[in-house]
Design a protein around this ligand. Structure first.
Ligand code: NDP
Length: 448
């Protein structure tokens, strides 16, 4: 491996021993962009990689809120403003007990390349809190969102940093966050958050965008590979926002999703999650106070496999849409044994580096998260454009732009991979294409 790349990986590992998710992501990205670094010796002199792996700003704060019984709770709030060379920091807010600095730094780092791939003017950021929304009442969610924004507001703005949703943060939470921002600022700057309700500046298709984008990505990859999506079976994990969009678009395109999952097990529906009633039920479950994927099995009379992951089901395509590192080497082995040939990531970093290497080594075509799930942030950026120009595009207009962006991401990934002699390696292709643009802008903007 190139000595400079190796040194930066080593130094980052030494410095951040306590941040495994961040190190996993840095190692994966730096290894795959090695040929570009080799071709640009000037990067070393400008300490480009050292700057690339160091967030521009990391904000940590206390969030204090009252539950319905009047008891006081204290959580930690975060915002990582990772890299702003291409535009205002942009990336979601995650509310989940597993949130910590390592998780948010990996997400912010990945977001930088993902946003670059969209070709839109957005930098990389991520944030959230270790707050657990499960089992909380609507009033508690609102009070938490208000307390969170009471500190966050001073660090964000339509030209500075524009958060969106992620795990545990959907349209409802974005509404409460925006309401508090507007109250504190006394200004209707609706370009400060994306994923808003349609009555106050939200974009059509935004809730579905990540899932739709995954399917457009697959559709384009299949065109490159000379394959047909119609009739293919799909295993999905998660039952949240991304999983819902995947089920909806897969059905439209004639493919069939047969599994969804939660933290406690998975549901197998061999008939397919393919009717309006079934697909809409995902939204109902996700919004209910005691959200649990088993509710789907009970309602539609199918099997719930407690404590198990959906990857044991034989399908053509696997699309993890839940959380990080749910696909380890043992899961990758099962996928290969089952004859799965296509693996596309709806969630962020759902697989370990070892699992990805195993899948690729066994001929499975891998579509990485930063490319395959970029549709959400792409439509978020389209929402920002609509807000700044006081426009409201139709469903068809947004959907068409989303499709074009996803197709372009696939095309540039293939091109970058071929340019460096890495045929059909869409993981390296996406990292290289995303990195090239960020690196060029960093060099042009000097030592900051
Ligand atoms: P949601 O909160 O809507 O859904 C999260 C889903 O993941 C739920 O089904 C939840 O099940 C499951 N889940 C969460 N944590 C775990 C865990 N530790 N183990 C097993 N299952 C878990 O989130 P989203 O759909 O918005 O996000 C899903 C993934 O997609 C995340 O990786 C996110 O970063 C990524 N993503 C999301 C985008 C978006 O637009 N929303 C954009 C790009 C990426 P349960 O309730 O049972 O825990």
């Amino acid at each position: 491996m190139n000595e400079y790349v190796q040194r930066v990986i080593h130094n980052t590992s030494e410095k951040h021993k306590d941040q495994p998710e961040f190190l996993q992501s840095v190692t994966e990205v730096l290894k795959t962009i090695e040929p570009v670094v080799k071709a640009h010796p000037e990067y070393e002199k400008a300490a480009l990689l050292e700057r690339l792996v160091e967030p521009e700003r990391q904000i940590l704060f206390r969030v204090v809120w009252n539950d319905d019984k009047g008891e006081v709770h204290v959580n930690t709030g975060y915002r990582i403003q990772f890299n702003g060379v291409l535009g205002p920091y942009k990336g979601g807010l995650r509310f989940h007990p597993s949130v910590n600095l390592s998780v948010l730094k990996f997400l912010g780092f990945e977001q930088t390349f993902k946003n670059s791939l969209t070709t839109l003017a957005i930098g990389g950021g991520k944030g959230g809190s270790d707050f657990d929304p499960h089992g909380k009442s609507d009033a508690e969610i609102m009070r938490f969102c208000q307390a969170f924004m009471t500190e966050l507001y001073r660090h964000i703005g339509p030209n500075t940093d524009v958060p969106a949703g992620d795990i545990g943060v959907g349209g409802r939470e974005i509404g409460y966050l925006f309401g508090q921002y507007r109250r504190i600022r006394d200004s209707f700057d609706n370009g400060v958050l994306t994923g808003k309700g349609l009555t106050f500046g939200g974009s059509l298709i935004r809730p579905e965008a990540t899932g739709f984008g995954v399917l457009y990505y697959i559709q384009r990859v299949f065109e490159h590979e000379g394959l047909v999506l119609k009739g293919k079976t799909i295993a999905v994990s998660g039952y949240g926002n991304v999983a819902w969009g995947v089920c909806k678009k897969a059905t439209e395109l004639g493919a069939k999703v047969v599994t969804i999952s939660g933290h406690n097990g998975y549901v197998y529906d061999p008939e397919g999650i393919d009717t309006k009633e079934k697909i809409n039920f995902l939204l109902e479950m996700r919004a209910s106070q005691n959200a649990n994927v088993k509710m789907y099995a009970d309602k539609f009379g199918c099997a719930f496999m407690e404590g198990k992951k959906p990857w044991e089901v034989k399908v053509d395509i696997c699309i993890p849409c839940a959380t990080q590192n749910e696909v380890d080497l043992s899961v990758a082995e099962i996928m290969v044994q089952n004859g799965t040939q296509y693996y596309f990531e709806g969630a962020n970093m759902p697989a370990t580096n070892e699992a990805i290497a195993y899948l690729q080594g066994n001929g499975v075509l891998v579509g990485p998260a930063k490319a395959a799930n970029a549709g959400g942030v792409a439509v978020s950026a389209l929402e920002m454009s609509q807000n700044s120009e006081r426009l409201s595009w139709s469903c068809e207009e947004v959907d068409q732009k989303l499709r074009e962006i996803m197709y372009n991401i696939v095309d540039v990934s293939y091109q970058a991979s071929e340019r460096y002699g890495l045929k059909r390696d869409l993981v390296s292709g996406a990292n290289i294409a995303g990195f090239e643009k960020v690196a060029e802008a960093m060099m042009a903007q000097g030592l900051i």
